[in-house]
Ligand binder design. Structure first.
Ligand code: PFF
Length: 444
């Protein structure tokens, strides 16, 4: 078998991991989940979830990945705990399911890029969404998005993933900053910022049961945690990188991008009618934004820039979602990388046909991942590192870092107690929410 690739530099790893983290989750779901869940009240819980639960969880995946130096399933075996391999397997499975619907949304983004150029969504944004979101157009666009993803992954870790993300991440940040500056000039900007940034704690108290699982699911999703992606990416990492330092950089950059997206979206929403319409399913973001781009000065150019940002973000994430099952299959069964990428991508495309046929199925896939698979995977990871794995292996966290032994001790304590408790609560509330949606006929 060919020798395992590694990142060419520390920056290469950070770009790739940030690329995985920064995605539709930051620019599409974050602002709209915030809008739908009471604005700043959600933001506070989300930030707490990212830093207090997400960051330590990212370090769990890094430690397992670098120590294991294998794909996420084999890593557990290499660490001496083969019976825990299914934990990595759940992540691989989640990547698989997620890419199936993520690629459908990626296809929508492609259709909106075309629509920005032709002006097709300006007249009737609702009808445009209806036409491109489900059915033949959605399937064709899903195929194109998947083909691009396969193309990048087939090139490999350094020539494909590292090179693509080094270009896309700076482009995303520059364009978002430009859009956020433009958004300050809109009439609704002040009202938008206020909804986004001044928390109303009575909203939080009233909606605790729905805000907490939404914020936690969003935190895991946005940081690509529970998908085994960070295990895989850390396995291509050199021994002397500081995991806590790299992890902090990734979490901070990812958070900045999400916050920036809020600074773009909230003024736009409030310039054209407020956050009121933001709560109804996966299409609302597209309909609301397309409507706003149709109504605002220079909307066509702004819309084009926005959807290009969204496309880069989606691609830099989708390649990490495909990388995980591809690495697993090609390392385990010895198939070539490009053949595996094409074969696996095709299977995922087929699994994505259902969400391309109806947004209700897309919601189903999304909810199963967000509210069920992710919390389970993170819970198992925390239990593994906190309780099962031997302490000596966990010193991996301190290797190459200046954070020292006491940082590892505090981290382990936190991972043993606070993280599992928070995740169990999330899982309970999430499963309850799925059950309620099921009863209400949201999926079928
Ligand atoms: N973090 C990505 C986002 O916020 O859109 C989604 C994602 C990508 C999750 C890759 C998991 C993953 F492995």
């Amino acid at each position: 078998m060919a020798e395992r690739e590694t990142w060419t530099s520390r920056a290469g790893f950070i770009f790739a991991a940030v690329g995985s983290a920064v995605g539709l989750g930051n620019i599409w779901s974050f602002p709209f989940q915030t809008a739908a869940n009471g604005g700043a009240a959600f933001l506070v819980v989300y930030l707490a979830a990212v830093f207090l639960i997400g960051f330590p969880t990212m370090l769990i995946e890094f430690v397992i990945g670098r120590r294991g130096e294998q794909n996420p399933v084999a890593a557990f075996k290499k660490l001496g705990y083969e019976q825990w391999s299914f934990t990595g397997g759940i992540g691989v499975f989640s990547s698989f399911v997620t890419l199936a619907f993520y690629s459908v949304v990626g296809g929508w983004v492609l259709s909106y890029i075309v629509g920005s150029v032709t002006g097709a969504y300006f007249g009737d944004p609702g009808a445009y969404f209806g036409a491109v979101s489900a059915g033949p157009t959605a399937i064709a666009a899903h195929a194109v998005f998947m083909a691009i993803t396969i193309g990048i992954v087939a090139f490999g870790v350094t020539d494909g993933i590292e090179r693509a993300t080094k270009f896309m991440i700076p482009a995303i940040i520059v364009l978002l900053v430009g859009l956020a500056v433009w958004a300050t000039t809109l009439d609704g900007a002040a009202a938008g910022y206020s909804y986004y940034l001044s928390p109303d704690f009575s909203t939080l108290a009233k909606n605790f049961g729905s805000i907490v699982p939404a914020a936690m699911g969003q935190a895991f999703f946005t940081l690509s945690l529970g998908f085994s992606v960070m295990i895989a990416y850390a396995s291509y990492l050199g021994r002397d990188d500081s995991l806590p330092a790299d992890g902090s950089a990734i979490v901070v950059i990812n958070t900045i991008v999400a916050l920036l997206a809020g600074f773009v979206v909230f003024p736009i929403l409030f310039a054209t009618g407020g956050a009121g319409g933001a709560g109804g399913g996966p299409g609302t973001a597209f309909v609301a934004l397309a409507g706003a781009f149709g109504a605002l000065p220079a909307g066509q150019i702004i819309g084009l820039a926005f959807f290009v940002v969204l496309l880069f973000a989606a691609l830099s994430s989708s390649i990490s979602l495909l990388e995980v099952p591809v690495a697993y299959v090609s390392e385990n069964y010895g198939y070539g990388r490009s053949t595996t990428a094409v074969a696996m991508g095709t299977v995922i495309f087929v699994v994505g046909l259902l969400p391309a046929l109806g947004t209700n199925y897309l919601t189903l896939y999304n909810d199963v991942v967000f509210k069920f698979l992710l919390p389970i995977a993170v819970l198992l990871l925390a239990l593994f590192v906190g309780w099962a794995a031997d302490r000596e292996a966990m010193d991996e966290l301190g290797r190459g870092s200046s954070f020292g032994e006491s940082f590892t001790t505090v981290w382990l304590w936190w991972v043993r107690t606070v993280v599992p408790i928070a995740v169990v609560v999330t899982l309970y509330l999430g499963v309850k929410a799925i059950y309620t949606s099921f009863q209400k006929g949201v999926y079928f």
